[in-house]
Design a protein around this ligand. Structure first.
Ligand SMILES: Cc1cc2nc3c(=O)[nH]c(=O)nc-3n(C[C@H](O)[C@H](O)[C@H](O)COP(=O)(O)OP(=O)(O)OC[C@H]3O[C@@H](n4cnc5c(N)ncnc54)[C@H](O)[C@@H]3O)c2cc1C
Length: 424
């Protein structure tokens, strides 16, 4: 499979790039899937071409219909599974491709950029980074049991950290897991859980030692990857929301939920550390998903501005239309280059989060601005569903909010980079 062959090509990529053998023309923002970004490695370019080919089967009209019907994009999911892409970052031993976050972020940008936006990206997002804790901290038996069916597209997972009463203050989450012999009993509630309607597995963080009995707040939380059964102990209710209609968001209430000890990942009480492991990767990926939407919006805006004639000339000839779009391209590219650097550093083992967080922040803000400008450049038609940009604008709010808000990123940079007193 293409995804699996890539790791071999990867090693020659940087040599080729430094030897300057590529004749590369500059990016064209009006083309979907221009693959000429001069900084892309050979393996990233291959990912972009292959993913783009799959996504071209799912044009904007498909996503418009999906939003209305609220049906999960199972065809795209299966296409990506068949190509071996669902395990792009997971070990080859379990069916994955063993590639890096650099390639995965190219994949996610390309998926969103097709016009699929967050509906397409969120369908597979969890596969890309979510099971990192299992791959890194799971036992051999767990890796085989959990990773193989996920990568093959036979099982679908969701990821449950956020809680209604504690929000971004994750360490105070209130869900409990109490050990009883060979299992735990879970009780509590989670909110905003993506794809819980259709997932049959859940990665869930719960407190095993009460907060007042731990030395540090980050201790005493445990991580489970287990069956998400439909039984009286678990209630899943969909949240009616603004956009991304094809991908459900849910509250999950549970009481007396029996989870086998074999489904606990790593040591009891060390769950937070394990979740943190995948967090920088997730910020990079969601930043790239935002970028994809930003480029898609810019592409539509530039094409429309060239064609729409008012006062006897294309509206794009007016600098009031042209300059904001040019400005947006520059901001998107700046964020893309930062995220690309963050991904490269992550793949080389860099563990701090300043570049992943900053890149996600800049990408989400630049993409939001690009989407808003795309709507405004379309005038009244920007508000019509058939031009798609209003859908992009509604979806681009997601990477501004999740998995972490811009305010919390500023808090982090203020404390960790500027050395200022912790403000939260
Ligand atoms: C579409 C969607 C999908 C999601 N998918 C998932 C998922 O699959 N799994 C999951 O676990 N979660 C998911 N989430 C949840 C998401 O990660 C949270 O919504 C996000 O982290 C914000 O938490 P909150 O909503 O509780 O906001 P709150 O914590 O209530 O914060 C509200 C506002 O106050 C600000 N604020 C709070 N404290 C401070 C402070 N100290 N300083 C400055 N500002 C502050 C925040 O920045 C924010 O603007 C999803 C959310 C959305 C919208």
């Amino acid at each position: 499979m293409l995804a699996r062959r890539l790791h071999i090509r990867r090693t020659i990529t940087s040599q080729l790039a430094t030897q300057g053998r590529h004749k590369i023309s500059s990016a064209r923002a009006t083309e979907y899937l221009q693959c000429h970004d001069p900084d892309l490695t050979e393996s990233q370019r291959t990912v972009r071409e292959a993913i783009g080919k799959i996504c071209q089967k799912y044009p904007d009209e498909y996503w418009l219909k999906r939003e209305k019907s609220k049906a999960f994009p199972a065809e795209l999911y299966q296409d990506l599974a068949r190509g071996g892409w669902l395990g792009i970052c997971l070990p080859e031993k379990y069916g994955g491709s063993g590639l890096g976050i650099a390639e995965a972020s190219t994949m996610m940008q390309t998926i969103a950029e097709s016009g699929g936006g967050m509906q397409a990206a969120s369908a597979v997002h969890i596969n890309i980074f979510g099971l990192e804790p299992v791959a890194k901290f799971g036992t051999e038996a767990q890796k085989k049991r959990f990773l193989e069916p996920l990568i093959a597209g036979k099982e679908r997972a969701c990821f449950a950290v956020t809680e209604p009463n504690t929000g971004l203050d994750t360490l105070r989450l209130q869900s409990r897991a109490v050990r009883e012999g060979d299992h735990y009993i879970l009780s509590g509630q989670k909110t905003w859980i993506t794809t819980a309607q259709s997932a049959n597995k859940i990665l869930i963080l719960a407190r095993t030692t009460p907060l007042d009995q731990v030395r540090k707040k980050s201790e005493g939380l445990s991580l489970f990857y287990t069956d998400l059964n439909r039984n009286p102990q678990i209630q899943i209710s969909e949240i009616d929301k603004m956009g991304r209609g094809a991908i459900d968001s849910n509250t999950v209430l549970f009481d007396g939920w029996k989870v086998p000890i074999d489904d606990r990942i790593g040591e009891e009480g060390h769950g937070f550390k394990m979740i943190m492991h995948g967090m920088n990767a997730e910020r990079i990926l969601i930043g790239c998903e935002a970028l994809g939407l930003g480029y898609a919006a810019l592409r539509r805006a530039a094409l429309y501005a060239k064609e729409r004639i008012v006062f006897g000339r294309p509206i794009g000839q007016n600098q009031a239309i042209q300059h904001p779009l040019a400005d947006s391209w520059m901001h998107l590219e700046a964020a893309r280059l930062m995220l690309s650097q963050a991904a490269k550093m992550y793949d080389q083992g860099y563990e701090d989060g300043e570049f992943a967080n900053a890149g996600k922040y800049l990408a989400a803000e630049a993409a939001f601005q690009a989407c808003e400008r795309a709507v405004m450049s379309h005038g009244g038609m920007g508000y019509a569903r058939e031009y798609h940009v209003e859908r992009y604008l509604r979806e681009v709010l997601i990477p501004r909010i999740a998995p972490v808000t811009k305010e919390m990123i500023c808090n982090y940079i203020g404390q960790k980079v500027l050395g200022l007193p912790r403000s939260y």
